[in-house]
Design a protein around this ligand. Structure first.
Ligand SMILES: [Mn+2]
Length: 312
């Protein structure tokens, strides 16, 4: 679909139920909140399906917008959900009901209709384009939701996915009266003791190879527990190995409860994180991608080190 197609399609329907992804980040939550408020401003009924994994930092964005359970006859759409595996388990039964996916991940198609633009640094940028097509003016709450979406997915406008369009959206959020300073303080400046301890652990356990071009950070579940790290504390843990000088490919590996290992891979410009992750059934963007490996943490770490070395 083009943006105009999606805008018209959304205008022609009602009773929206918006789905966010597993381990929800600022982009999926901010995009869902902004789209929900925009649809309501258009006179539609719209809700975001409650995702219990949303952390305290992003929960206020969804205030007054969520419902606990789906209802019959709703128009179900997803935002920032790259693949059906990214749907929370409790949303799985809704998969056949999702009519439209709004996203910026190239990933696999899993809905009859989709508006996907991998050129966008954040899904929130796509939502802003829809608002413009509808001629909607952002209010402060929409502006703060969209700013949260675009700032988090671009690492506060530092990652390679940041474009002029990203800044245009951010400027519009400022113009609409969003309290951007408070968002920046809460998301990018404030840290926690657990986060600082995590950095300390990372400094001692990141493994470097290929002359420092590759860095991997295996993080055992037992360590997360011992450091009392919450999902908020761990949100940007994949940035730690990448922060070392000279690193071209950086992977952070976390143990899932079921015994599998979740890999977050980051690549410097000129390298393709998604291509490496596809070897393991995953995917994503050139700069940032992920995969789930059904093996021990140590075996997954070695498998990633080998795949990354081959990709250099
Ligand atoms: Mn995103």
């Amino acid at each position: 679909m083009t943006r105009a197609d999606a805008a018209a399609w959304l205008l022609g329907r009602d009773r929206y139920l918006i789905l966010t992804h597993r381990r929800p980040d600022g982009d999926t939550v901010g995009s869902a909140a902004a789209l929900c408020r925009a649809l309501r401003a258009l006179g539609k009924s719209a809700h975001v399906l409650k995702n219990p994994e949303v952390t305290e930092k992003y929960l206020p964005l969804l205030s007054g917008l969520t419902v606990d359970a789906p209802q019959a006859g709703q128009t179900v759409i997803s935002v920032d959900v790259a693949s059906k595996n990214m749907l929370p388990d409790r949303f799985a039964a809704l998969l056949p009901a999702i009519e439209l996916r709004l996203d910026h991940h190239a990933g696999e198609s899993f809905t009859p209709l989709e508006l996907v633009d991998p050129e966008m640094g954040a899904c929130g940028e796509l939502i802003w384009d829809l608002l413009n097509l509808w001629g909607l003016k952002m209010d402060r709450k929409i502006a703060e939701a969209l700013y949260t979406a675009v700032s988090t997915d671009t690492g506060c406008f530092r990652y390679a996915n940041t474009t002029a369009h990203t800044f245009t959206v951010a400027a519009a959020c400022a113009q609409a009266g969003g309290d951007l300073f408070s968002i920046n303080q809460a998301i990018f400046e404030t840290t926690s003791l657990a986060k600082l301890r995590l950095s300390g652990y990372a400094a001692e356990h990141i493994r470097r190879s290929q002359g420092g071009k590759i860095a991997v950070f295996p993080l055992p579940k037992a360590v997360e527990t011992a450091l009392e790290a919450t999902e908020d504390d761990l949100e940007n843990v994949s940035g730690l190995p990448r922060s070392l000088p000279g690193v071209a490919l950086a992977a952070t590996l976390r143990e899932n409860p079921g015994g599998s290992v979740k890999v977050s891979l980051r690549a410097a410009p000129g390298y393709d994180a998604a291509a490496i992750c596809r070897n393991f059934g995953g995917g994503g963007h050139r700069g940032a991608a992920g995969a789930t490996l059904k093996m021990s943490l140590e075996a997954a770490t070695q498998a990633m080190e080998q795949a990354m070395a081959e990709a250099l």
